[in-house]
Design a protein around this ligand. Structure first.
Ligand code: FAD
Length: 261
């Protein structure tokens, strides 16, 4: 039977761009270019390698995001995923992590799954909470932050590296995994891959397709609220320490003064 892999990929504002909050203190996503979160490229790569090892497999990439989030899906399709699902709805504006996990869970159920692969964190929100929330909502085992992952005999196994030790983990499928940026370089899409991606199916869904009410998501349904935001102060010239024999001492004093050491 075909191994059904769903990879959750996020379309994020380009971190090199000038990012702002909108009036309602949500991220102004119209004001900045976006792209497939780099950390999710590792998730796509690991899914492709697992699919290569399986007798038969199908990879669906899934995103929740605005119209332009299709760019992230196209990139994942050009890397080699088979099809894509895009959840877009005006009522998603302001959805927090709890709401996002609800939508992802419903979308994953709609697609059908044996293995769900996530990145370790998004490059914008960066909370790293979605894989655990998704596993909880679906009642699945979670094997997170893997730097090595494989699937065999109905089980997913992997290695999680900590500061002091590495753990070897396994779970019976279906399961949720997240992979780190140490799991192996993500491939670049080939020209053939880019051309093929144009013909691959992208299914568009809204909240009603997933049976989700508007007040379960969006700013209204969010469990977190942003009360205030302040512009980052402009860069100042900084302190120059000229070493005339006392440089190391001055540097240490400066760092201690800033409570870095
Ligand atoms: C249109 C839109 C508007 C939003 N507005 C707000 C807002 O105003 N305030 C707010 O707090 N949050 C908002 N969010 C939610 C927020 O951007 C995050 O998606 C969510 O809070 C998850 O947190 P994170 O980015 O830290 O994900 P992490 O937990 O760091 O992500 C881990 C992994 O989960 C998966 N993942 C995360 N997000 C998505 C996604 N959108 N689609 C597919 N896979 C994903 C990826 O595999 C990722 O690597 C909005 C989201 C969308 C789509």
């Amino acid at each position: 039977m075909s191994l059904r892999i769903v990879v959750c990929v996020k379309y994020v504002p380009d971190a090199t761009g000038d990012r702002h909050f909108a009036e309602d203190l949500t991220v102004d996503r119209d004001d900045v270019d976006g792209l497939l979160s780099e950390l999710d490229e590792y998730a796509v790569e690991q899914a492709l390698q697992i699919a290569d090892e399986a007798d038969e497999a199908e990879i669906t990439v899934l995103t929740i995001g605005p119209e332009d989030a299709k760019d992230a899906l196209r990139k994942a399709l050009s890397m080699g995923a088979d099809k894509a699902v895009h959840v877009e709805d005006d009522d998603l504006h302001g959805t927090d992590a709890v709401g996002t996990s609800l939508v992802l869970a419903k979308a994953v159920e709609h697609i059908g799954y044996d293995l769900i692969v996530c990145g370790m964190a998004s490059t914008d929100g960066g909370m790293g909470v979605l894989p655990a929330m998704l596993a909880e909502r679906l009642g699945l085992p979670q094997v997170t932050l893997l730097s090595e992952v494989s699937v065999e005999d109905g089980k997913v196994t992997g290695r999680r590296d900590g500061d002091a030790a590495s753990e070897q983990l396994e779970a019976a499928l279906p399961a949720v995994v997240s992979v780190t940026d140490q799991s192996g370089e993500a491939r670049y899409p080939s020209f053939k891959g880019i051309m093929a991606a144009k013909k691959k199916p992208v299914e568009s869904l809204d909240l009603s397709d997933l049976g989700i009410e508007a007040d379960e998501v969006g700013l209204e349904g969010a469990w977190t609220a942003v009360d205030e935001a302040t512009e980052r102060p402009a860069r100042t010239a900084g302190t120059v320490v000229t070493d005339e024999g006392e440089g190391a001492k001055q540097l240490a004093e400066f760092l201690a003064g800033q409570k870095f050491i």
